[in-house]
Design a protein around this ligand. Structure first.
Ligand code: GDP
Length: 199
């Protein structure tokens, strides 16, 4: 069993040479700024302020690595889609993500977070293409489920699937970082891919 209670921040990587390559499994989180990526990570770990909630622009060019129980990395890719980010910083983001996806073998499981309320944005679709092309297992987490009416859930999940052109094998997990819904489903998926129970 890999114990999520034992989580530590290990490093912030700004270039390829800083990416850990020690063979430990890596579960990789991405999402548009403000989608709730930090909140999803905190909810998984059952921590309040582990990954920082409400990151500001200027924090977009680092990949944060957290180590779980000394045996698993959670990799927090920098958020995208900030309105106020300069062109130069967007390009830096692009280069960093590109260099990360240059070596997809590092990725045990990708977790792409989108907003359950909305049709995925053009940036989300670009990110979706990165994951698809990586050829590694990935899932989509539809966060902020608590903001939907019951009747909106199914059509919204379907719209996410269609807009991102997901293959049937890719799961869409309805999730609420706020309420905790979806946590078990995501943990089950992570455990499956890592080949050991993560809890
Ligand atoms: P990040 O920029 O993607 O890391 O997003 P944050 O984790 O900082 O969250 C952005 C905002 O969305 C914060 O105000 C969170 O409280 C809120 N938020 C995150 N997840 C949820 C959720 O599942 N439901 C609701 N209602 N709000 C959420």
């Amino acid at each position: 069993m890999i114990n999520l209670q034992k989580a530590e921040f290990v490093r912030s990587a700004a270039k390829r040479e800083d990416f850990p390559r020690d063979g430990m499994p890596q579960v990789v989180f991405s999402g548009r700024s403000n989608v709730g990526k930090s909140s999803v990570i905190n909810r998984l770990l059952n921590r309040k302020n582990f990954a920082r909630v409400g990151n500001s622009p200027g924090k977009t060019t680092h990949i944060n690595y957290f180590k779980i129980d000394g045996r698993l990395y959670l990799v927090d890719l920098p958020g995208y889609g900030y309105a106020k980010v300069s062109k130069a910083e967007k390009e830096r983001w692009g280069r960093l993500i590109q260099s990360w996806f240059d070596d997809p073998s590092l990725m045990t499981l990708g977790v792409m977070i989108v907003d359950a309320r909305h049709k995925p944005t053009a940036d989300d679709c670009t990110m979706g293409t990165w994951f698809k092309q990586a050829g590694r297992p990935y899932a989509v987490v539809a966060n902020k489920l608590d903001k939907l009416k019951k009747s909106e859930i199914e059509p919204n999940l379907q719209r996410i699937r269609e807009t991102l052109e997901l293959e049937d094998t890719v799961k869409v997990i309805p999730f609420s970082a706020e309420k905790g819904e979806g946590r078990q489903a995501l943990l089950a998926l992570i455990s499956d891919q890592v080949g050991e129970s993560v809890q």
